[in-house]
Design a protein around this ligand. Structure first.
Ligand SMILES: C[S@@+](CC[C@H](N)C(=O)[O-])C[C@H]1O[C@@H](n2cnc3c(N)ncnc32)[C@H](O)[C@@H]1O
Length: 211
């Protein structure tokens, strides 16, 4: 018997507790506009890990209209307050995120940056307890030294799309995005600085602990 991955994905999403109306609207928007949000199961893992380490300062690279940000903001609020940095280069998406996150009650927690995410992280004072990376995949290798510099020892890096819908297994695929994910995966899994697991939820998340 082998696992049907589409069935697995629906099953994992079905285990996530019911979301608020606003979160459901954000999920519906992603389906209608084919916008690549992390989805319920990966979002819940982000929330859970941020709660587990009592994260109070979180930086997100490639935030979209605020769906993943909402999961982190919920964790920070429940952890007693702090800050979540939302970073995207589209002003329109940043504006959409402000609306959603205000409605969800996280307005006071979120700092908005419109610009290139790695450069913004470079210019923002650390350290952070948790950094989440979901930028264009060719940018992943170049982001790692900046992330390592800004994350505290004992902090977590979560990075999305580490399976690229299976394209990483196709050796004839040498696109910049797939190569970016392969190079990043090799860099982090061979570095003594990190303890790393690839969690195959949705499109694959690396969860990495900085020693
Ligand atoms: C995959 S979507 C983000 C989804 C979001 N993390 C979520 O799950 O709700 C990535 C977004 O980041 C933007 N982006 C990609 N690379 C970026 C970069 N280097 N700097 C800033 N924004 C970037 C894209 O235009 C897109 O809007």
């Amino acid at each position: 018997m082998s696992i049907d991955f589409s069935q697995l994905r629906h099953y994992l999403d079905s285990l996530v507790p019911a979301r608020s109306e606003t979160m459901q609207e954000m999920e519906a928007y992603a389906r209608e506009h084919r916008f690549p949000i992390i989805g319920p199961a990966a979002g819940y893992l982000c929330y859970q890990t941020a709660r587990m380490i009592q994260a109070k300062r979180i930086f997100e690279l490639g935030s979209g209209y605020g769906y993943s940000t909402a999961w982190f903001a919920r964790a920070v609020q429940e952890n007693g307050g702090g800050e979540v940095h939302h970073t995207v280069w589209d002003a329109e998406l940043s504006e959409m995120a402000r609306g959603h996150l205000r409605t969800l009650g996280y307005a006071g927690l979120v700092n908005y940056h419109v610009g290139e995410a790695v450069q913004t992280l470079r210019e923002t004072e650390g350290p952070f307890d948790l950094i989440f990376n979901d930028i264009d995949k060719e940018g992943y290798p170049g982001s790692l030294p900046v992330i390592a510099d800004k994350l505290r020892a004992g902090g977590l890096l979560i990075i999305d799309n580490m399976l690229m819908s299976g394209r990483i297994f196709d050796e004839s695929n040498q696109t910049a995005a797939v190569q970016g994910v392969r190079t990043f995966t090799k860099m982090i899994t061979t570095s003594p600085e990190w303890i790393v697991s690839l969690v195959p939820i949705r499109d694959g998340l690396i969860v990495a602990y900085k020693r």
